[in-house]
Design a protein around this ligand. Structure first.
Ligand SMILES: CC(C)(COP(=O)(O)OP(=O)(O)OC[C@H]1O[C@@H](n2cnc3c(N)ncnc32)[C@H](O)[C@@H]1OP(=O)(O)O)[C@@H](O)C(=O)NCCC(=O)NCCS
Length: 146
C-alpha cells in the first residue's frame, strides 16, 4: 500500500538520493546536490510531502511560498511507480495544504522535457501563464487558482 505523509528537512539526504535517480539525464545540468537543496530551502518555509511503499521512499514534492503563491519546486516519482496516480495525489496534497494555509494560487515551472507533468497539470486544470527559455531549457509556468 502506498502511504503519503509530510516530512521534514532532516529527511533531505534520502529525498535527494531518490531525486538524483529520478532527474538523472533529464536536464543539461546535473540533478541538484544535497547542498543545493539545503541552500534553496534555507530561506523559505518549505513543505515536503513523500510517498512510501513498504517504508521505501518512492516519490516526493517540495514546495514553498514564492511571490505570494504556493510554488511546487520539486516533484518526482520513481520510475518503477509511475502511472499509479502518485504525482496526482502529491499535487492534490499541495493544493489542499496551500488552500488551508491561506494561499489562493499554486504555481509550477515545467520544463519542456517533462511533457508528463504538462499533461498532468493540464488535466488538473492548471493554465499556462508564461513560457520562456531556449532549446532544452524551454519551460512553461502554469498556475491553478484555488
Ligand atoms: C511527471 C511525473 C511526476 C508523473 O508521475 P506519476 O505518478 O507517474 O503521474 P500520475 O500517475 O499521477 O499521472 C496522472 C496523469 O498525468 C498524466 N501523465 C502522467 N505521466 C504521463 C506520461 N508519461 N505521459 C503522458 N501523460 C502522463 C496522465 O494524464 C496521467 O493520468 P492517467 O495515468 O490516468 O493517464 C513522473 O513521470 C516523474 O517523476 N517524471 C520525472 C520527473 C519530472 O518530470 N518531474 C516534474 C518536474 S516539473
Amino acid at each position: 500500500m502506498i502511504e503519503y505523509k509530510r516530512t521534514a528537512k532532516q529527511d533531505l539526504p534520502k529525498i535527494v538520493a531518490l531525486n538524483r535517480k529520478i532527474f538523472f539525464g533529464m536536464y543539461s545540468r546535473e540533478p541538484y546536490s544535497l547542498e543545493e537543496y539545503q541552500a534553496r530551502l534555507s530561506s523559505v518555509s518549505s513543505m515536503i510531502f513523500v510517498a512510501e511503499e513498504n517504508s521505501e521512499l518512492i516519490a516526493d514534492s517540495i514546495a514553498f511560498e514564492k511571490d505570494g503563491a504556493w510554488y511546487i519546486w520539486i516533484l518526482g516519482v520513481h520510475t518503477d511507480h509511475r502511472r499509479k496516480g502518485i504525482a496526482d495525489h502529491l499535487f492534490e496534497m499541495n493544493e489542499s495544504y496551500a488552500k488551508s494555509h491561506g494561499h489562493s494560487k499554486v504555481v509550477i515551472k515545467i520544463y519542456a522535457v517533462s511533457s508528463a507533468t504538462q499533461e498532468l497539470a493540464a488535466k488538473r486544470g492548471y493554465c499556462t501563464v508564461e513560457t520562456g527559455g531556449e532549446k532544452d531549457e524551454k519551460f512553461l509556468i502554469v498556475e491553478l487558482f484555488l
